[in-house]
Design a protein around this ligand. Sequence first.
Ligand code: NAD
Length: 400
Amino acid sequence: MKLVMVGTGYVGLVSGACFAEFGFETVCVDKDQNHIEKIKKGICPFFEPGINDLLVKHYQKTKLLSFTTSLSEAMQNADIVFITVGTPSRRIEDEADLTAVWDVSHEIAKNIKSYCVIATKSTVPVGTTKKIKKIIESKISSENFDVVSNPEFLREGSAINDFMRPDRVVIGTESEKSEKLMRELYRPLMLNETPIVSTTIETSEVIKYASNSFLATKISFINQVADLCEAVDANVQDVAKGMGIDKRIGSKFLHAGPGFGGSCFPKDVKAFAATAKKFNIDFSILEAVKSFNENRPQVIVKKILDTKKIDTNSNVALLGLSFKPNTDDIRDSTSLKIAAILQKHNIKINCYDPVAMDNARKHNKTLNFFDSVYDACEGVNAIIIGTCLLYTSPSPRDRG
Ligand code: NAD
């Protein structure tokens, strides 16, 4: 079976490398020439534990994995073409910006030569995959392709393990032929008895947004419980433990902190709420999650200032700059938001992160960057642990 990943970012590159590990010939395509050249030289454009070993194994040794900027070349004899481009928030409205999805759909339509499945792995609002079908149908007969929704649930920082040992695989199809092909693709996961959830395309699209929105809600819920605990002298960590032991609740995503960030939760909560609004559905829970989380960095800064231990012209160390540990992704990083608010109070920030310094430097040049935790903390008035550093140093190879 030959696979194509269109969009070679976190999801496209990791899933492409893992499909090669399953034994499939996989071509990763990206429109960004520099990005592709870098990967071909063995430099992974982002930090993800274990990815470099898979690239060496399947790009250099087995040759199952290849990279190109040419979609037409990649799509020759392809069986499944995955759309793995970004779906960020629009600048003004909360909806997902699907520009890249529509662009690649038109490109894919021009390059279908024989039957293949077009699968959306990007997180897309309900109805998108059927719209992709319409775009392709305007160029080519529907007998020559099927569309499928196959959302991705991997987490940055543990992406390879998540992909190779997922809790479930969701496949939304509308034909037996495409469902059979997708089940064949994920056959290697049957060894781990991974549940395959087969649904309609619309249901599959909703499962992804509902899952991320639910996890984000759990985080905001425990953060509100944390605020209450502070007011009544209770311990939120013990509360979370006492709640999480209950199997109906579960202990994951019950860690109080500065709020969620990253490339998925903030935009997915917004997009899911926007979908509800479009269909006149009351999803006020999500509106509350969104606004509470957006305000969280301000609340954290207020808590810091209320200690009266620091004021204007103080020096503060900020440890951890990415949106969570084990990644260099700083998209919507709460840590960097806290830094920016403190800077508005004329507080100087010394910072350190084991892998995200280069990205953070591009984002905010006015922070003081240090090469170690100890140097960053020297002589400061306070230390903020932005992302938990309970973490082993990456090998030089994993740094890319
Ligand atoms: P990303 O920004 O890291 O990568 C997207 C890639 O697509 C970029 O390299 C970009 O150059 C490329 N691209 C854009 N337009 C293109 C085009 N016309 N032709 C070819 N390539 C093009 O994004 P990501 O983090 O990998 O996310 C991709 C999708 O997967 C999003 O919808 C996201 O919500 C979803 N997702 C992400 C994660 C995650 O942890 N990052 C997890 C699950 C799902």
